[in-house]
Every structure is written in C-alpha cells, then in structure tokens.
Write a protein that binds this ligand. Structure first.
Ligand code: AVJ
Length: 320
C-alpha cells in the first residue's frame, strides 16, 4: 500500500461559520452577492461535472487539449518531484500531468475544500500508481497554505480557469501567496479562460439544457438546507451577463416577483423587489498581457503561454 495522508487545515465547522457570514453579509447589502464556492455541495459538484460535458461549455475540453499536447514540455521544463494541485476536485485532467511527470514525480498534493472529492480522487490514483505518495490537504487555498515537506522541485497547478472566480484584488493577494510557496526552481501552471466573442461566452454560461441554471439555483438549496431558509429556487431566473468593461461573465439569480425569504438560523428575513438580482459568480476572461502583468505583480515570470487550437483557453507556466 502506498502512502496516503489526509491533513485538515480547516476546522470541521469552518464551512458552517463561513457560510453563515457570507450569507449574512451578502444578502443584507445592496446589490446582493453570494460567493461561488457555495455552489459545490454533492449535488452542485455533480451539476458542475455535467456542465463540463455540455456542448456549449468549451473550457474543460480546451484545457484538456492543451494539457495533452504540452504535458511532455511541462515535465521537461519543471522536472517536478512534487505536484501540488489547488482546487483539485476530481483530479481528472491531472492524470495527463501525472503521467508525463512520472517517473521523477515523488508526491502529489491535491488541495481542496471538499473532503469527499479528495478521498475519492486519491483512492483511485493510489490504485493506479503504487509508487506515488499522496498527501491530500483539506484547505481553502484563498486563505494561505502550508505545504507538506515533500521533495522539490515543486509544480503548483491551478487549473480550470478557477482563478477567474476571484476579483482582481483577490487575485493579487492569491498570486502573492502562491509565490510565497515557491522556491527557486519551482513553477506555477495556471489555467485561464480567454476573452472571446460574447455569443460563445454567454452560451457557455446559459446552456440550452438549463444545466447551468440548475447549478446556479443550487446555491439557494444549499442555503435552505444548511441555514433553514425558505428560498424556492423556482422564484428566481438564471441570468448570465457579459461585462465588457471588466471582461468577466457574471451569473446572477433574478427574483421573478417581489418576495421575502426567511433564514431561520440567521434569524433574518431578506426582501427582494421584483427583478432584484443576487450576483452569484464572477468568471473573468483573460488576455496574455493581463496574465503576464498580474503574474509579474506577484513576482512571477511568465515563461510559457500555450493555447488550444481555437485559442479559447490558455495554460501559463510561470517561475519564481
Ligand atoms: C470551475 C470556476 C472555472 O467559472 O467557468 C461553470 C464554474 N460556473 N459554469 C467557471 C462555472 C458556471 C467555472 N469554474
């Protein structure tokens, strides 16, 4: 049996306390907002996996195309002995990297807030690669990270375009904290979705089958269950908007009529005017120059920029 360690850096009840604070603050301000991380309970994670298979949702396929094409170059450039993956989820695309990095690779450190995703991903990996040490971390990587003392060089991967869910100031803080994890010779592999025509972007966030709408509304079911609220997801419409000034997609939930929701565990009632919206996600789209500048702002140098054939998505390799 190969080594498997699971370390929790989040207290068991952290999720609970964070959800309460986020909902209290987000729904009592104007305009109303909720952070996207609350989409991902078991049902939401399933819906997200379904999104990645939709014809309109190109980012997952585009990033996989780049990973398959470039994994050998990534391995040659980094010679990583430890692969750290932030927001590893199902670790599905990571297999291409793990294959290319073997046999030099010693340790895989998946980091995620979801314990169930980590244990499921780790157990299937361990079966396939008995020589690999897997040290899974249950952690919120936006809050600073302490990594296990596995051998360098390290490659830190942050895939899927999830960095786009952070606002520009949050990205600056996050990239500096990643930079602080890197020693000379270590590298960051960053996935970013790219600016493109509005029609393609909107379709990716408002698909014909309504899977993204269900994913968006799922956050209301999470609040109902966890905080004893009485949201009826049917009272809200899914909205996807392209903000061309900020170059990001916003997902929103729009109240179909004036209504009031009780949130028992917070002891509050939240009123909506007809048409009032909650912003539930920002998903920023990038250009090469912007990525280079943001990396440089955190002390990271862009070394390689790879896109898929359709130039829809990019993988950046950066060094400290
Ligand atoms: C997993 C955060 C990259 O922003 O595209 C998919 C989540 N939201 N459809 C994204 C998402 C709506 C996704 N990320």
């Amino acid at each position: 049996m190969s080594p498997f360690l699971l370390t929790r850096t989040l207290p068991e009840d952290a999720t609970d306390a964070d959800l309460r604070t986020d909902v209290l603050h987000g729904l009592t301000r104007t305009p109303k907002v909720l952070p996207p991380k609350w989409f991902y309970d078991a049902r939401g994670s399933e819906l997200f996996e379904e999104i990645t298979r939709l014809p309109e949702y190109y980012p997952t396929r585009a990033e996989r195309e780049i990973l398959i094409a470039r994994a050998p170059e990534i391995a040659a450039a980094t010679r990583a002995r430890t692969l750290v993956e932030l927001g590893s989820g199902s670790s599905e695309k990571t297999r291409h990297l793990l294959d290319a990095l073997a046999p030099e690779l010693d340790s895989y450190v998946p980091v995620d807030v979801s314990e169930s995703a980590l244990t499921a991903a780790a157990s299937s990996l361990l079966d396939e690669r008995p020589a690999l040490s897997v040290h899974a971390l249950i952690a919120d990587f936006t809050r600073g990270l302490a990594l296990p003392g596995t051998p360098g060089p390290r490659l830190v991967a942050f895939l899927g375009g999830t960095i786009g869910n952070l606002l520009p100031d949050e990205r600056a803080v996050f990239l500096k904290s990643v930079r602080s994890l890197l020693a000379p010779g270590d590298a960051l592999l960053l996935g970013t979705d790219l600016v493109k025509d509005e029609e393609t972007l909107i379709a990716a966030y408002d698909d014909a089958q309504g899977v993204t709408a269900a994913f968006n509304k799922n956050v209301l079911s999470v609040i109902d269950r966890e905080l004893g609220a009485d949201f009826d997801p049917g009272d809200f419409d899914h909205v996807a908007v392209w903000d061309r000034g900020h170059e990001w997609i916003e997902m929103r939930l729009r109240a179909r009529s004036a209504l009031t929701v009780k949130i028992r565990e917070l002891d509050i009632a939240v009123s909506f005017e007809a048409g009032e919206e909650i912003r539930t996600e920002v998903s920023a789209k990038f250009r090469r120059e912007g990525v280079r500048r943001e990396l440089a702002g955190a002390g990271l140098n862009l070394r390689e920029w790879w896109t898929d054939e359709g130039e829809r998505f990019a993988l950046s390799l950066a060094a400290a």
